[in-house]
Structure formats: structure tokens, C-alpha cells
Design a protein around this ligand. Structure first.
Ligand code: PMP
Length: 425
């Protein structure tokens, strides 16, 4: 049964049982309305309350400042690989347009020489910087290239290059080749497949004393709500709900409000076309989603409700909010890594110690001569003890234990005991 299992899958992840029990009731009869939550209109006052409460609780958990907006979107983290490109390229062009056109109003096409100047700026200067530190940032950069063409993509660092073609390190910041005035600098704060996590916000992306810095967009799909984050250093942060927040189906974007005003209505869609740059599908346009409080189209209010309940539980459990969750995450990760490290002949941790993830713990089982057989035995014996979802990603093999927020401390302790017992058996 559910109580016998600790599930370490990489996502979707476990949800707290009491939250699911409440959610099951809400699906049949929400707050005595006689109608289930998935049946109520997304335009109802009740839906607006659920959205507004979840936004407020997320802001409270993460200390999101007032000049940031929270959007609930669809299309997953993958959708945001595209959305970030569309929206921040639009914002870049809007800034350049302002620089070149100044106060000139009317149809831009009436000023062919200025359009030419803008075209040249796009050709020469429009860049998106990607820090490629694992499979997910690599996928994001590939999408950027698909939408814009390689000319506009700058891989500021590819962690595989200095590491024999494999992910598992984050090269020193002095080796990163960042562009000047990039439309955005993109990184994935925790690489779910490769078990690589940025230990802190990169120094070279920090804003200066004037508060100005590069436009930074981060994918926090797998480590959101597991540690405190300096929200002010980011222009946007996004994450799917299905690992640390709730159920699959909603994606959250936390975005600085100054990036929301019309980015592509001035310059116009026609102008973007004439520059051979893409305009976002309406459903990926941040401004549209913000203006409609995330209800431009039908959103799964049930998914927002579940995320909201998870946030309420976090706030109830930890007086210092995500700081409390961070301490527990660190402790669970320490228990597991200590157990693995105690047997260097039996286990080999895949990523470098300095950047290994607290949330996706990846290692090989090298017991005996046959790693495949040892890993199979590890997984089978683990499953027999209720420790499931431990198989590594198909591209990497080995073991991956996802230490998300719903893994209780006792679950990590049990797993650590199993790691030690397997090594000595
Ligand atoms: N980024 C990261 C870091 C992920 O772990 C994942 C999914 N595992 C994604 C993006 C893609 O998210 P989705 O499946 O929601 O599109």
C-alpha cells in the first residue's frame, strides 16, 4: 500500500497523502457546493480565490517581491523553453526599437533607414546566452536555436567540453563566454537527469551596485521550493508543478513586471515579421497571461488548488518557510550521500562533489565485476523494501534518487540504511 512505499521517482513525484485525501473530496464536492472543483467554471469567484491564494502563498514561501508577477501556464517546462525565447527576444527588440526610433510615432515602415538600422542590430547583436550544464539546458538551447537560428545562440559554456563529453561539472565562471547585452542568459538551476545543481547564484550574473545586471532566466523545475533563492537576481524563473509543488498540468512563471508591458505590440507583429523574428503564440505571451490573471483560456483549477494546498502545508510546517524546507532537504541529501560515500569500492557518485545535486542524487553501483547486474540487484532489493523509482534516466543509467520535498526524513533514513546494508551484504 501507499504507506509501505517511499517513491524516489524524478517526476511526477509523491504528493503528501493528506493533501491527496482532501483533493479527492474536493473533486466530488468542493466546499459544500455540491460540485467538484474540476467542474466549477474557471471564471467563477471560487476559481479566482484559489488562484489568488496560491499566488500569495507562493510569494510568501519564496519571498517574491511586489514587482514580480506569478503566472500559471500550460505546456510544461518544455513550453517555457520556447516562451522564454519569444518573450525576451520581443523585449530585446522593443528596447532596440526605442533606442533607434526614439519618440518617432506612426508606422515604422515609413522610416526604411531606421528599419535597416534595426535589422543590422538584430543581425549583429541579438544573442541568447545558454549555460549548458546538463540535458535540460541542452534541450532548451536546442529550442532556442530552432526558433531563432544558430546565429543568435551563444553557448556561453558547455560543461561537457572539459569533462570528456559528459555532464557532471560546472566549469569555472572565468571560462564562460557571456555576450554583451544578451536578450537573456539562460541556465537550469538543477539538472534533473545529470544530478548537477548550481550551488549558488552565479557570481558573474549578479547585478551591480546599481541593481542592474544581465537578464537572467532560470529553469527551476526540479529544485524550486527546496532552497531560498535571490528572486531579485532573476528576470524570470519557471518550473513545472509536478516535482516539488503539485501535479502535472500547470507550469509556474515568476516574472519581473517590467517585462510584461507590451513587448511586441510596439514594435508590432508586422515589424517582428519584417525582422524575420518569431512572435509568440498567444498562449505563450506572458503579457496576455498576466493581464488575464492566468485565465486567458481554461486553466486546470484543480491543479492550482493542489499546488495551493502543498504551499499551505509548507507554510504550516516551517515558520521560516522555504528556509525550513531547505534545511530538511540538505539533511536528507547529506544522509544519502554519506551512506554512498562510506563505500567508495561499491558506489561511485556521478557528478563532481562541488556541484552534485541535493535533489537528484545520481550514482553507479560498482559492486563486483558486473555493474549492470549490481544495479539490477540494488533496484530489486530496494523495491522489495518499498524503496521505488530509483532507476537512473535512460540516457545515464545507474541509480537516481530524487529527494523532493515530499520525501520524508524517515524515507531518506530508510534509504541510507539500505545503501549501507546493500554494500555490506
Ligand atoms: N526542465 C527540467 C529541469 C526538468 O526536470 C524537466 C522535466 N523533468 C523539464 C524541464 C521539462 O518539463 P516538462 O516535462 O514539464 O515539459
Amino acid at each position: 500500500s501507499r504507506t509501505d512505499i517511499t517513491y524516489f521517482g524524478a517526476g511526477p513525484a509523491l504528493l503528501p497523502t493528506d493533501t491527496l485525501e482532501e483533493a479527492a473530496k474536493a473533486l466530488l464536492n468542493y466546499n459544500g457546493t455540491g460540485l467538484g472543483i474540476a467542474e466549477h467554471s474557471h471564471r467563477s469567484a471560487l476559481a479566482a480565490d484559489i488562484i489568488n491564494q496560491a499566488k500569495a502563498d507562493l510569494a510568501s514561501c519564496l519571498d517574491i517581491p511586489d514587482d514580480y508577477e506569478v503566472l500559471f501556464m500550460q505546456g510544461g517546462g518544455t513550453g517555457q523553453f520556447s516562451a522564454a525565447v519569444y518573450n525576451f527576444v520581443g523585449a530585446w527588440v522593443a528596447r532596440k526599437y526605442k533606442e533607434i526610433f526614439g519618440d518617432i510615432k506612426g508606422d515604422p515602415a515609413d522610416h526604411p533607414e531606421l528599419i535597416q538600422q534595426l535589422k543590422q542590430a538584430v543581425d549583429n547583436d541579438l544573442k541568447i546566452d545558454y549555460l549548458v550544464t546538463g540535458g535540460w539546458s541542452q534541450k532548451a538551447s536546442a529550442e532556442g536555436e530552432r526558433l531563432l537560428g544558430s546565429k543568435h545562440i551563444n553557448i556561453a559554456v558547455d560543461a561537457r567540453k572539459a569533462n570528456g563529453g559528459k555532464f557532471g561539472t560546472i566549469p569555472d565562471e572565468s571560462t564562460w563566454k557571456l555576450s554583451e547585452n544578451a536578450a537573456l542568459v539562460y541556465f537550469c538551476s538543477n539538472e534533473t537527469v545529470d544530478g548537477v545543481e548550481f550551488p549558488a547564484f552565479p557570481k558573474s550574473l549578479e547585478p551591480g551596485p546599481d541593481g542592474k545586471g544581465p537578464i537572467v532566466v532560470a529553469d527551476m523545475s526540479s529544485n524550486i521550493l527546496t532552497r531560498k533563492i535571490p528572486v531579485r537576481n532573476f528576470s524570470a524563473i519557471f518550473f513545472g508543478a509536478q516535482k516539488n509543488l503539485g501535479m502535472t498540468g500547470i507550469t509556474v512563471v515568476v516574472i519581473k513586471k517590467s517585462f510584461l508591458p507590451p513587448t511586441i505590440s510596439q514594435p508590432s507583429v508586422a515589424l517582428m515579421r519584417s525582422l524575420a523574428l518569431p512572435v509568440p503564440p498567444i498562449i505563450f505571451q506572458y503579457e496576455t497571461i498576466a493581464k488575464n490573471n492566468s485565465l486567458y483560456n481554461t486553466l486546470s483549477i484543480f491543479d492550482v488548488y493542489v499546488a495551493g494546498q502543498v504551499l499551505k502545508k509548507l507554510l504550516r510546517t516551517y515558520p521560516n518557510k522555504v528556509g525550513g524546507q531547505e534545511a530538511v532537504t540538505d539533511e536528507k541529501a547529506r544522509l544519502i550521500y554519506d551512506a554512498v560515500e562510506a563505500f567508495p569500492e561499491i558506489y561511485k557518485i556521478i557528478p563532481d562533489k562541488a556541484v552534485r545535486s541535493r535533489v537528484n542524487i545520481c550514482f553507479r553501483v560498482t559492486k563486483g565485476d558486473d555493474t549492470d547486474a549490481a544495479e539490477k540487484a540494488f533496484l530489486e532489493e530496494g523495491t522489495a523494501q518499498g524503496l521505488t523509482g530509483l532507476k537512473g534516466h535512460r540516457s545515464l543509467g545507474g541509480i537516481r534518487a530524487s529527494n523532493y520535498n515530499s520525501i520524508p526524513l524517515e524515507g531518506a533514513e530508510k534509504f541510507a540504511r539500505f545503501i549501507r546494508a546493500f554494500a555490506t551484504s
